[in-house]
Design a protein around this ligand. Structure first.
Ligand SMILES: *Cc1c(COP(=O)(O)O)cnc(C)c1O
Length: 388
C-alpha cells in the first residue's frame, strides 16, 4: 500500500532531490564543495531577496534557533518572548537556558500574534534587547503577520530573532525588506529537502552586534565562525557539514526557483484554503478561526469529543500519515502538513479519507461539498502577498 506523508516535516522528496544524494560525497575542503556552497547561498539569497549571508548549521530547525539564542542572548540580556504555541515556548526555553532574563508574552493557541500584541510586549519591557517571534506556529496552524509586526515597531527596537522553521519556502519571507534581524529555519519543511540542516540568516545590524559582542560560549554554534567562512572568495564551513543534505537542498532550491517562488506561495495558500473549505463543508471546525491568519503550510482541525487520535489512527490505517495535537491539544486537534506540491488530487484524497476515517471512528460528518470546494480552488488562483 502506498503511504502518504502529510506531516508538517519531514516531507516527501522530489525524485531529483533523492537522486542527487546518490552522488559521491565531496570532501568539504574541495573546490567542488565550495562551488556547491556558493550556489546554495545564492539560491537562498534569491528566495529571501537579500544579499546577506545564510549560514548553514548542521542539525535541525531547533539547532538554528539555538545558534541564534546562544549568540545573541545570555546572562545580562533581557529577552521578550512572544509565543502562540509549542514552538514559541521552545524558543523561550532555549533563551532561558542560555541564561537570559526572559519576559514571556503569551497568546492563546489558535490565535495569531498581531502587531498590537508585540507593541504591547515591547511597551511593557522597554529595556529588552532581544525579541523572539515565531513566523508560522506549526503546532496550531497559524501564520503570524510578520511583515505587519515589523512595520508597526518603532525604529528603536530590540533585535528581532524569528523562528522561520516552517515558513521559509512556503510563504513570502523577505527579512531584509521587513526589518527582521535574524532567522532560524531548516532544510526539511518548506524547502522540501531531507532533514539535517539548520539555516540562519543575519541582518547587517545583527552582524554588527555579533562583531562587537562577547565571545560566544559555544564552538559548534559560533555564528562568527560560520560567517567568516562565508566571506571568503571560495566559501567554506568551519566543521564537517552534511555534504549530501546540502547537495539535496541545492536541487530542491533549484526546483523551487525554477517553478517560481511566487507561484509556489500562491499554490500553497490556494491548497490550504481549499482544504479548509472542504473540512468546513463536512461540519468540522478549523482550529484557527481567522481565515487570513491560517497557515498555507499546515492545517489544524478540531475533532469532536476529543477523538482526534482515533481519527488519526483510522487515517493511518488507510495509508495517510498526519500529525497529532501537541501538548494540551493532543486529542483535540490533528494537523495536516502540505508543504510540498499537494494539489487538487490530494484535496480529494484527504477529504475522502477523512470522511471515511471519521465514520470508522463513529463520528458522522456531511459529505464534502466538492462543487463548492472546486469553486474555492478556482477562485484562489491569484498571486498572493502585498509585498510581491
Ligand atoms: C519543526 C519546527 C521546529 C523544530 O524544528 P526541528 O527541525 O524539528 O528541530 C521549530 N519551530 C517550528 C515553527 C517548527 O515548525
Amino acid at each position: 500500500m502506498t503511504r502518504y506523508l502529510f506531516t508538517p516535516g519531514p516531507v516527501p522528496l522530489d525524485g531529483r532531490v533523492s537522486s542527487v544524494m546518490a552522488e559521491p560525497v565531496a570532501g568539504h575542503r574541495s573546490r567542488e564543495f565550495a562551488v556547491l556552497l556558493l550556489r546554495v547561498q545564492n539560491r537562498l539569497r534569491d528566495l529571501l531577496r537579500s544579499a546577506e549571508p545564510v549560514p548553514l548549521i548542521p542539525g535541525s530547525g531547533t539547532g538554528a534557533m539555538e545558534a541564534l539564542a546562544v549568540n545573541f542572548t545570555g546572562p545580562g540580556s533581557k529577552v521578550i518572548s512572544v509565543s502562540c504555541g509549542v514552538f514559541g515556548e521552545r524558543f523561550r526555553e532555549i533563551a532561558r537556558r542560555c541564561g537570559a532574563e526572559v519576559a514571556p508574552f503569551d497568546i492563546e493557541p489558535g490565535r495569531p500574534c498581531l502587531p498590537e500584541d508585540v507593541l504591547e510586549a515591547c511597551r511593557i519591557h522597554p529595556d529588552a534587547d532581544v525579541l523572539l517571534l515565531t513566523h508560522n506556529e506549526t503546532s496550531t496552524g497559524v501564520c503570524n503577520p510578520l511583515e505587519e509586526i515589523c512595520r508597526a515597531l518603532p525604529k528603536e527596537r530590540p533585535l528581532i530573532l524569528v523562528d522561520a522553521v516552517s515558513s521559509l519556502g512556503v510563504v513570502p519571507l523577505y527579512p531584509e525588506k521587513w526589518g527582521v534581524d535574524a532567522l532560524a529555519s531548516c532544510s526539511q519543511k518548506g524547502l522540501m529537502a531531507p532533514p539535517g540542516l539548520g539555516i540562519c540568516w543575519l541582518s547587517p545590524r545583527a552582524r554588527e552586534v555579533l562583531s562587537k559582542g562577547r565571545e560566544a560560549p559555544t564552538v559548534f554554534f559560533d555564528l562568527k565562525a560560520f560567517l567568516s567562512g562565508l566571506e571568503r572568495e571560495e566559501p567554506s564551513v568551519p566543521y564537517t557539514p552534511p555534504v549530501t543534505v546540502i547537495r539535496a537542498l541545492d536541487a530542491a532550491l533549484d526546483g523551487i526557483l525554477q517553478e517560481g517562488s511566487r507561484k509556489r506561495f500562491t499554490a500553497r495558500r490556494r491548497f490550504a484554503r481549499s482544504l479548509a473549505a472542504g473540512m468546513e463543508s463536512m461540519g468540522l471546525k478549523l482550529f484557527v478561526e481567522q481565515k487570513e491568519h491560517r497557515s498555507p503550510g499546515v492545517t489544524a482541525v478540531e475533532i469532536p469529543e476529543n477523538r482526534a487520535e482515533d481519527v488519526r489512527k483510522a487515517l493511518s490505517d488507510i495509508g495517510l500519515e498526519t500529525a497529532g495535537g501537541q501538548g494540551k491539544l493532543k486529542g483535540r486537534i490533528f494537523r495536516v502538513g502540505h508543504f510540498t506540491r499537494e494539489d487538487w488530487p490530494e484535496i480529494c484524497l484527504i477529504l475522502g479519507s477523512l470522511w471515511a476515517a471519521c465514520r470508522e471512528a463513529g463520528i458522522s460528518l456531511r459529505e464534502p461539498d466538492l462543487k463548492n470546494i472546486r469553486e474555492v480552488y478556482e477562485r484562489e488562483d491569484v498571486p498572493c502577498g502585498k509585498s510581491l
